[in-house]
Design a protein around this ligand. Structure first.
Ligand code: ATP
Ligand code: MG
Length: 272
């Protein structure tokens, strides 16, 4: 069985990277896929969504992704880091602030440290799909994720993406693809979309005009159901299956899987 790895990248904070990993992971596990979520963010938001903040903050570094970057833990068996979430077919590698000292800037100067996550994930068998949640920067954690992944998804809220932000993300993906030729941009995912706002509709159109077919057709709406489900530690498709939020996650999941199988047949998408 082959595993596909997708990382969620954007240096913009609060754009829905962790929320997408959490609810999408839940939606795809519900439809029968074996999913591993990897929290690559020292903030530990994705880990806290499953285990609560107190439990995550008190985790020893050796039980988190930090162990991958710690030379003293180099002998640990990677599959030990993947723990059950309590939801069927959904496991995760957790993170907390112990990852912060390892998340250094200028990752392309790091030598073999750039490939640690790739090597670890190659030793964690049995998953159909690995989703990696990245921090809001392009330092060593995000860089490792891109060198470990087959695909990148860029969550984009319909706000001021015209400025610097996305261009830098695209450049980082193209640089990473030189070291990881498998890597392709699966798409830009419009998140936190409020169709009642003219400004959101205008930005969505602008994004589609600029980046054409690399923008997911499915859109993630701004919806309180996501937050309520998260607070109840349940992905929205399980917490409120009939909600608009749940339906959007199922659509994003369908499109993600379709794009993965198409991307297998296509060369790297140019992001311009
Ligand atoms: N579609 C949505 N509708 C409503 N609330 C949302 C939505 N997406 C995310 N949120 C909320 O917005 C906040 C930020 O989202 P999230 O943590 O997913 O962003 P992030 O990109 O992972 O942030 P960071 O860059 O800090 O890691 C969270 O409280 C989350 O529950
Ligand atoms: Mg996050």
């Amino acid at each position: 069985m082959s595993t596909t790895t997708v990382c969620f990248i954007n240096q913009k904070g609060g754009c829905g990277k962790s929320s997408s990993c959490y609810h999408l992971g839940g939606a795809l596990a519900e439809r029968g896929l074996n999913i591993l979520l990897v929290d690559a963010d020292p903030q530990g938001s994705l880990s806290q969504a499953f285990f609560g903040s107190a439990a995550v903050e008190s985790l020893a570094a050796r039980d988190t992704l930090a162990a991958v970057f710690d030379q003293n833990s180099i002998l640990m068996h990677p599959s030990r880091l993947a723990v059950a979430t309590g939801l069927d077919r959904l496991s995760m590698i957790r993170a907390n602030q112990s990852l912060a000292p390892h998340n250094r800037p200028e990752p392309e100067r790091e030598g073999l440290t750039q490939f640690l996550l790739r090597d670890v994930l190659a030793d964690v068998p049995g998953y159909d799909l690995i989703l990696i949640d990245c921090p809001p920067n392009l330092y060593l954690a995000s860089w490792n994720a891109m060198l470990a992944a087959d695909h990148v998804v860029i969550p984009v809220p319909p706000e001021d993406f015209g400025a610097q932000g996305l261009r830098v993300v695209h450049q980082a993906i193209e640089l990473a693809a030189r070291l990881n030729p498998r890597l392709s941009l699966l798409g830009h995912l419009v998140t936190r979309f409020d169709g009642r706002l003219a400004v959101h509709r205008a930005y969505e159109q602008k994004l589609r005009g600029l980046y054409r077919e690399t923008v997911f057709e499915a859109v993630v709406p701004e919806a309180s159901a996501f937050k309520v489900a998260l607070a109840c530690r349940t992905p929205v498709t399980a917490y409120s299956p009939a909600s608009k939020a749940a339906r959007s996650m199922i659509q994003v999941g369908d499109e993600l899987l379709a794009r993965i199988s198409l991307a297998g047949k296509a060369s790297i998408r140019s992001v311009g």
